[in-house]
Design a protein around this ligand. Structure first.
Ligand SMILES: [Cu+2]
Length: 76
C-alpha cells in the first residue's frame, strides 16, 4: 500500500492487530494491489506528481509494526 500523508508513521491510525487503518484519518491511500510473495517482484504505476510525503507500507499483520515501510518525499 502507498499512503500520502503528513503524519509520521508512528502516528498512523492503526487496527487492533497493529496494521495501518487503510481508510483512517490522516492517511490517503493512493495505491493498493495484490500481495507480493517473498522473493517475487511486482510492477506498479503510482502517481507521485503531487509534492508531499508518501509511505510505502507492507500491511500484513505485524509487518508495519516491524518496520516494513519506506518513506519517499516528493519536493515541489
Ligand atoms: Cu510484509
Amino acid at each position: 500500500l502507498i499512503f500520502r500523508t503528513d503524519l509520521a508513521p508512528a502516528d498512523f491510525p492503526k487496527e487492533a492487530d497493529g496494521s495501518v487503518q487503510e481508510n483512517g484519518q490522516g492517511v490517503d491511500k493512493i495505491s493498493d494491489g495484490d500481495n507480493i510473495d517473498p522473493g517475487k517482484i511486482q510492477d506498479r504505476t503510482v502517481d507521485l506528481t503531487q509534492p508531499g510525503t508518501y509511505v510505502f507500507v507492507c500491511n500484513l499483520p505485524g509487518h508495519f509494526a516491524a518496520g516494513i515501510y519506506s518513506t519517499v518525499t516528493v519536493s515541489p
